[in-house]
Design a protein around this ligand. Structure first.
Ligand code: GAL
Length: 509
């Protein structure tokens, strides 16, 4: 019965071996049977707007949830742990004690609802359809992704957004009747294509599970895949999204270059400033993700125009690897922008592509099991966590195997990503052979990633003086969730080729 949720799921997932691909070694022990509350400890919401949050909690179900100090406008379902209602009108912090109990034990922790103008106080987490379903996305596939987010246990670790990417609208001129047709209603309202018969019902389905619904459009006349964009209909489309129940918008530059008012900074900012302003006036909280591949140093102004995250690079799925796989190159570029991330505004190096993923160069090909080695996958997830990157998985939900879930769902690794201080790790050392990223956490501890970029195993060290830490440190291996001991001055260990050692340091005694 132990870890039933994990294993039951892995059983109905297709065995990775059927493709010749091998699952790697699982480093992380399964979560305990007693309840453990995961996910963020702070949560931003705007006054009086709809509120929805499913408490991420591992442990054997049934779990009974309760809460102390819950604002009266929000109700908790004790069986599902879903908080639903309206954010309080009073601005400021509303600390709530979340409690969870099952037959193995009980736990509680403080969850601070911060009512104000800032959303995404910690990096958003979820799933996005792009790298798997491309232009094949349907209402049914979105519902299945939401089902799996719950059934696989991902939601118990904090994954909550279920996001459609491009290709849900009409594609003007497409002969396929499922995709073509009039792009808008006579009054100008955007029309989904026939694969999305009722967007509001889809949103409602996702919300019924306590999850959130994200959507995608472009400020240009057409999206990158040639579907209908928001140009000239920005306010109308944003209101439609709000009416449908959208919680997240990815706003992708695409064809906007053709209609942009110029090439200066103001022109780069214009479409995002427009949409950011519109969303800020809506009676619904919608997190805004700017997707324009890092043009005009978006990290310097993404927040000011209303963005909550901004892609810093081109598409990860299109990035050519060299000696190292593409995610290292994207990750390195993103890592150098550490000073620009913080609560409410995050550098976005694109999605987590592991497990079964499609080929962005040949989108008609069926998904294949990742060619990244297990060590590379641990490095990928470690980097994204240390960089406080939005954590969006974009592989095939229906074929999640136990190894992929293990990489995606380590509570202590995710805690580094979701830390309330909201700092992005700083590169401490960077060379051909190694990268060391260090991130200060709210409790005064540090998370440190020692990445071996070289072609053979290598002993890597973190000297505590590099972090200006005095005295002995207690060191814990976050992937193995194991204390390594107390060390006076330095911690060092062998790290495999392209692998990582992800540790957390606390002052000892
Ligand atoms: C790209 C974007 C991708 C994906 C794609 C859809 O511009 O960077 O993440 O959204 O468009 O066409």
């Amino acid at each position: 019965m132990r870890f039933a949720r994990f294993f039951a799921f892995a059983l109905f997932a297709a065995p990775a071996a059927s493709s010749g691909a091998a699952e790697g070694p699982i480093l992380t022990p399964p979560p305990p049977l007693s309840p453990k509350i995961n996910g963020p400890r702070v949560y931003g919401a705007r006054p009086g707007r709809p509120f929805l949050y499913r408490i991420p909690c591992t442990g054997e179900r049934p779990i009974r949830f309760s809460a102390d100090g819950l604002p009266p406008s929000i109700a908790l379902d004790p069986e599902t742990g879903i908080l639903r209602g309206t954010a309080p009108e009073r601005r400021g912090e509303h600390p709530v004690t979340l409690k969870a109990r099952n037959r193995h034990g009980a736990t509680q922790r403080i969850f601070k609802i911060v009512v104000g103008d800032t959303l995404a106080l910690t990096p958003p987490m979820g799933w996005n359809h792009w790298y798997t379903h491309y232009n094949r996305i349907t209402d049914q596939l979105m519902r299945e992704a939401a089902d799996v987010m719950i059934a696989s246990g991902m939601a118990d670790f904090g994954y909550q957004y279920v996001n459609i990417d491009d290709c849900w609208m009409v594609k003007p001129g497409d002969p396929n009747p499922e995709l073509g047709g009039p792009p808008r209603e006579p009054d100008g309202a955007i029309r989904p294509n026939r694969r999305f018969p009722d967007m509001a019902a889809l949103a409602e389905y996702i919300h019924s599970k306590g999850l959130k619904f994200g959507i995608y459009t472009s400020p240009g006349p057409l999206t990158c895949a040639g579907f209908t964009g928001a140009y000239g209909h920005e306010e109308q489309d944003a209101k439609t999204f709000a009416r449908w129940g959208v919680d997240f918008l990815k706003y992708d530059w695409c064809s906007y270059g053709k209609v942009a008012p110029g090439k200066d900074l103001a022109a780069y900012q214009a479409p995002y400033r427009l949409m950011g302003g519109i969303l800020a006036r809506l009676d619904r909280d919608i997190v805004l993700n700017l997707c324009q591949y890092g043009m005009a140093e978006v990290w310097k102004w993404g927040r000011e125009v209303g963005g909550h995250s901004w892609r810093t690079t081109g598409d990860l799925g299109l990035e050519k690897g060299d000696r190292l796989p593409g995610f290292y190159r994207i990750g390195l570029r993103n890592a150098r922008l550490w000073e620009h991330a913080g609560p409410g505004g995050w550098n976005d190096p694109d999605y987590i592509l592991i497990g079964w993923v499609g080929n962005a160069h040949r989108i008609d090909d069926p998904p294949q099991y990742t060619t990244l080695t297990p060590d590379e996958q641990y490095s990928y997830m470690s980097m994204w966590s240390l960089m406080a990157a939005p954590l969006f998985y974009s592989g095939l939900m229906s074929k999640l195997d136990a190894f992929t879930l293990n990489v995606l769902c380590n509570a202590e690794v995710i805690e580094v990503n979701q830390d309330s201080l909201g700092r992005q790790a700083r590169p401490l050392r960077e060379s051909e052979e190694e990268l060391v990223l260090a991130k200060p956490l709210e409790d005064g501890s540090w998370a440190v990633g020692l990445f071996n970029l070289s072609e053979q195993e290598r002993t890597m060290a973190i000297e505590f003086a590099e972090l200006k830490l005095k005295g002995r440190q207690r060191v814990r291996d976050l992937w193995r969730q194991r204390d390594l001991g107390v060390f006076p001055r330095v911690y060092q260990a062998p790290v495999p080729r392209h692998g990582v050692l992800l540790v957390r340091l606390w002052p000892a005694g």
